[in-house]
Design a protein around this ligand. Structure first.
Ligand code: CMC
Length: 431
């Protein structure tokens, strides 16, 4: 019996099998259950994938108990302090930090792919003026597959690389155009002299009739938030992109599926939900009744921006962003915004409440990102779009990693069928 294996004994039949353990660089080993069904005749059952590793990956490592997050082996704290969004994007796509020339070249490539095909404009026009920008994002990003379908051979590594560059580059233009559509202003073309986040701010907030200057505080704050959101291993949206991509689907369509999965309030939609919740609470005096609602099992209300599936200690991104949140609000003079005061009071109360302490429910990254976006003048229905821009890097990196895998197969989970037992069709006149 190998030391690096686990023996499973089937008490029903008396059979036993030895299953190999797969060990990664960090984190718990995984039992390779590929032979499980063939040899024992059972499926494994794990709704929500609480114990199931769906793939192996070199991109991101999380230790939820210790509050550790590594991108390509580098701690998030170091990248947040010393790096930039496009440098980390390079790390995710190519597995190493770029040399100066490589980074310059990468920036140039991303900058020069940011224009949208003019025909795409009519897609935006087709949306009703009050369409949620995430709905527009799902549609327009998916429609990119119509522009780059025949020219994208996913089995060709160069084609995959170009698709990744296009996706990262065009995401800001699509996001800004979605916003401009929702407020009835003309789309602004990208400006190649600006940084990635400076360009986004310019496309969102400038108008043809006035000069606009990118605020360096906002530009830097967005760059940092984007670094924090780049990837988060096999979360719901990333798993969706991988599953869609496993069938060989067009990469732009796969990213659209990721955007759809991100939109939910339990995932990326939480940042918008935090702001809506703060507005609903309205006043510090109302916090206790909302805390009581969050604890009440009969009430579906949850404190948005608290808790995380993986971080059961503290979200390391939240620690970084909390500090930045205070700095940004102070610099922009928004620190006496009553909503911010309310948020901090809520944070303090929840952190000292037994219900939240026992369940290890700490404020997550989205609790603070929404407050920063608000201070930057970004409307709340664009918060999840901001998350999607940054996470696009993780999605394309994970998609590229999966497609490049030898023996890559279509993802096909099994199920436990609990419907009616087999029965015979009853003709309609006999029912
Ligand atoms: N408010 C009140 N109670 C909560 C909350 C909350 N925000 N989150 C979890 N709980 C309770 C839950 O009721 C359960 O209690 P009990 O054990 O008594 O039944 C316990 O804590 C464990 O919760 P769970 O639902 O089993 O945990 P999960 O790992 O399935 O869910 C979560 C994680 C993030 C979906 C959940 O904490 C949540 O809904 N949080 C609010 C939404 C949110 O902020 N989401 C953003 C996550 S971070 C961004 C991202 O990565 O996408």
């Amino acid at each position: 019996m190998s030391k690096d294996s686990v023996t499973i004994i089937d008490n029903l039949s008396g059979r036993q099998i030895e299953l190999p353990l797969k060990r990664g660089t960090h984190g718990p080993a995984a039992i390779d259950i590929g032979r499980f069904y063939r040899e024992l005749g059972y499926f494994t059952y794990d709704p929500g994938f609480l114990s199931t590793a769906s793939c192996q990956s070199k991109l991101t490592f999380i230790d939820g108990d210790k509050g550790i997050l590594l991108y390509g082996g580098y701690p998030i704290e170091q990248l947040a302090e010393k790096s930039s969004f496009l440098e980390v994007a390079y790390l995710m796509l190519y597995g190493k930090l770029p040399a100066p020339e490589q980074l310059n070249n990468f920036k140039k490539i991303i900058t020069h792919h940011s224009m949208l095909n003019e025909s795409l404009k009519s897609f935006f026009r087709g949306f009703y003026h009050d369409a949620h920008p995430m709905a527009i994002m799902v549609g327009v990003v998916g429609s990119l597959s119509a522009f780059y379908h025949d020219s994208t051979d996913i089995n060709n590594p160069q084609h995959r690389e170009i698709a990744a560059h296009r996706m990262i580059a065009k995401m800001t233009s699509i996001a800004a155009a979605s916003y401009k559509h929702s407020i009835g202003e003309p789309q602004v073309y990208p400006d190649n002299s600006l940084s990635y986040t400076g360009n986004l701010l310019n496309m969102m907030f400038s108008v043809p009739c006035e000069e606009y200057h990118v605020d360096p505080v906002a530009e830097k704050a967005l760059d940092l938030i984007f670094i924090l959101h780049i990837d988060h291993e096999q979360n719901a949206s990333t798993s969706t992109v991988r599953l869609a991509g496993s069938s060989g689907a067009n990469p732009f369509a796969c990213i659209a599926s990721g955007i759809a999965a991100l939109w939910g309030p339990a995932h990326g939609g939480a940042n918008e939900a935090v702001l809506n919740m703060l507005k609903e609470i309205g006043d510090i005096k109302n916090i206790p009744s909302y805390i009581a609602r969050a604890k009440d099992k009969q009430d579906p209300f949850r404190l948005m921006g608290f808790g995380h599936r993986v971080y059961k200690n503290y979200d390391p991104r939240a620690r970084i962003i909390r500090k930045m949140c205070h700095e940004v609000l102070e610099k922009l003079g928004a620190d006496n915004d009553p909503l911010f005061e309310l948020a901090l009071r809520l944070e303090e109360i929840a952190l000292n409440d037994d219900y939240f302490i026992e369940r290890k429910l700490y404020p997550n990254v989205d609790f603070y990102s929404g407050l920063i976006y608000k201070a930057l003048g970004i409307p709340s229905n664009m918060f999840t779009v901001m998350f999607a821009i940054a996470r696009t890097v993780g999605w394309v990196a994970q998609w590229m990693e999966m497609i490049a895998e030898k023996d890559q197969r279509i993802g096909r989970p099994r199920q436990l069928y609990v419907g009616p037992a087999q029965r015979d069709y009853v003709p309609i006149d006999q029912r």
